[in-house]
Design a protein around this ligand. Structure first.
Ligand SMILES: Cc1cc2nc3c(=O)[nH]c(=O)nc-3n(C[C@H](O)[C@H](O)[C@H](O)COP(=O)(O)OP(=O)(O)OC[C@H]3O[C@@H](n4cnc5c(N)ncnc54)[C@H](O)[C@@H]3O)c2cc1C
Length: 522
């Protein structure tokens, strides 16, 4: 009888790592002698702590050529640059990587700085210095992905080759565990070196990187069909290219404005707004793992919550176990919070976005008309949050129990948010938009407390505001050519264009664009 291609084994209490033992268990499970078993490789690993026992699920491939297969093709030497990629986030970087695999040269331009000087600017932000509009948690080498949490889960498996992206990251210094973990995670202490290593490999292939290069315009040739021929930078210089990939992320409001002025079609889309919620991690571990909370092999517990309130989704977003809340604004005078963690996920806190879905009709109702109304609304909320926090990146915050009881907090527990918190009534910040965001959050919190007993506690705080979950605007592209229907040669890509939501999907979208460009002859 032929052997199965893969087999899943369950182990209670402890995870065996001895290779001979594991081969023996797999052999027994498929009914052959160990000596007759072809090579096996661990392909997926997950832990389940439900039902009072820690169980390890291991999925093995049978007949695998080796345990870690990093056989995906490398970039090769590229020809002269013919593509301009705007944005060095996951979409832009992986687009360049895939182009280089096809031998196609490109120039990546990014308004921000390389990782090292960028890190210096982030430190300043934590000390309360004003945000640099070109160098912050969203802008700079590696984009919003570099100092992110580095969770690599995605539901976008159909949109590209997840394994390929994971293998590339592993080859550039990400831990090999991401090849098998069901919930792969890198952490923001390791991401900068991964991003740097990717750049160095691309530079060796002949790809050009330009930092501190903010794109302010597109070069356009008006022939039979309007066509883009390059980009204009803030210093007045120009870079020419046959194709322009626009991968500027979800915060590039100036790019949307520039596109609208050039007559490039934009569409409003749904997005989400809300707060970050932070609990002590041991509390979340107790809720999620019960009596097993102190089991040494269990990671800091994650959670995922979702509920519909008055026809709008309220959900946890980008949950960071053992993480930190960080100031992620891109503009002085505005406050945005987000979450990240280090690879060990060892901080005392668990934070997560807790956001409410916003539809284009809500934006209109709140008095922000037009295609860019969603961006105006985001910026308005961020300004109110900045003022409520009292400036210097201090964030307005309320205990969860006070928020549910509709009152301000007079004191706050300790938090991972370094720039400091101001005890306020956060509902007033959210209500300033005239949308029922605070009420929906309150209703959902009551439900979440039933799903996770103890979730609503005075030990937990809400910190404002989580406003950059995704872009409120989509830049439409032709389903076949992936170009803007209004401008030949312009390829909107990644999260900012509305085709991705997270590191993995943005990277896969960039690669898809690259393959399309390669298919039309670079
Ligand atoms: C703190 C934080 C934590 C996160 N955690 C996770 C996580 O754990 N997992 C996950 O999947 N996602 C996470 N994300 C989201 C993830 O980082 C983004 O979804 C992803 O980076 C989007 O990729 P992108 O390439 O489309 O755009 P971005 O990464 O946003 O990159 C856009 C780039 O374009 C550049 N740019 C913008 N405008 C211009 C211009 N005019 N000229 C030149 N360059 C320009 C910017 O400098 C930036 O580098 C997190 C984000 C943040 C901020």
């Amino acid at each position: 009888m032929p052997l199965p291609a893969e087999i899943s084994l369950d182990f209670a209490f402890d995870e065996p790592t001895d290779e001979a033992y594991l081969r023996g268990r797999v052999a027994r499970a498929v009914g052959v002698a160990s000596s007759d078993l072809p090579p096996i490789a661990l392909r997926k690993r997950s832990i389940d702590a439900r039902h009072g026992v820690v169980r390890f699920h291991l999925l093995f491939e049978i007949g695998a050529s080796d345990a870690v297969d990093l056989g995906a093709p490398h970039p090769r030497e590229v020809g002269p640059s013919r593509v301009v990629i705007v944005g060095d986030g996951p979409a832009g970087l992986f687009c360049a990587y895939e182009l280089a695999r096809h031998g196609i040269g490109c120039t990546i331009v990014d308004r921000g700085k390389p990782v090292q000087p960028r890190r210096h600017d982030l430190k300043g932000l934590h000390k309360g210095e004003p945000v640099d509009a070109d160098s912050n948690y969203c802008y700079g080498e590696g984009g919003a992905g570099t100092y992110s949490d580095g969770k690599l889960y995605t539901r976008a498996h159909k949109r590209g080759n997840v394994r390929d992206v994971i293998e590339i990251l592993t080859r550039h210094g990400a831990p090999e565990s991401i090849l098998t973990d069901a919930r792969p995670h890198i952490g923001s202490n390791r991401l900068p070196q991964v991003v740097t290593s990717l750049r160095e490999e691309l530079e060796r292939s002949g790809v050009t990187f330009r930092f501190g290069a903010r794109v302010v315009g597109l070069l356009i040739k008006d022939d039979a069909r309007r066509r883009v021929t390059g980009v204009r930078l803030a210093d007045g210089s120009e870079i020419e290219g046959d194709h322009v990939v626009l991968a500027t992320g979800h915060s590039a409001s100036d790019i949307y404005l520039m596109l609208a002025e050039l007559g490039v079609q934009l569409e409003p889309k749904s997005f989400a707004l809300g707060v970050r919620i932070e609990h002590p991690q041991p509390l979340i571990n107790r809720i999620q793992y019960g009596a097993l909370a102190s089991h040494p092999t269990l990671p800091a517990a994650p959670y995922r919550l979702a509920e519909t309130v008055d026809e709008r989704g309220v959900f946890s977003f980008c949950m960071c176990p053992g993480g930190f809340i960080v100031p992620a604004s891109t503009q002085p005078g505005g406050l945005v919070v987000n979450g990240m963690s280090l690879s060990k996920r060892s901080s005392h806190y668990a934070n997560s976005g807790l956001v409410v879905g916003i539809e284009p009709a809500d934006v209109e109702r709140a008095g922000f008309p037009g295609i860019l109304g969603g961006i105006d609304l985001q910026r308005r909320l961020e300004t109110v949050a900045f003022q409520a926090g009292g400036g210097r990146s201090r964030a307005p915050a309320t205990r969860v129990t006070d928020f549910v009881a509709k009152r301000a907090s007079s004191t706050l527990p300790a938090s991972s948010y370094v720039p400091g918190l101001a005890a306020v009534n956060l509902a007033e910040v959210l209500d300033s938009l005239g949308l029922p965001i605070a009420n929906r959050l309150r209703a959902a919190l009551r439900v979440f407390d039933r799903k996770m007993r103890g979730y609503v506690t005075e030990e937990a705080i809400l910190v404002g505001v989580e406003s950059r979950t995704s872009s409120p605007v989509r830049v439409p592209r032709d389903a076949e050519t992936l170009e803007s229907p209004d401008l030949q040669g312009l390829f909107p890509a990644g999260e900012g264009a509305g085709y991705a939501g997270g590191i993995m999907s943005a990277a896969m979208d960039g690669m898809r664009i690259a393959r399309k460009i390669a298919s039309i002859g670079g």
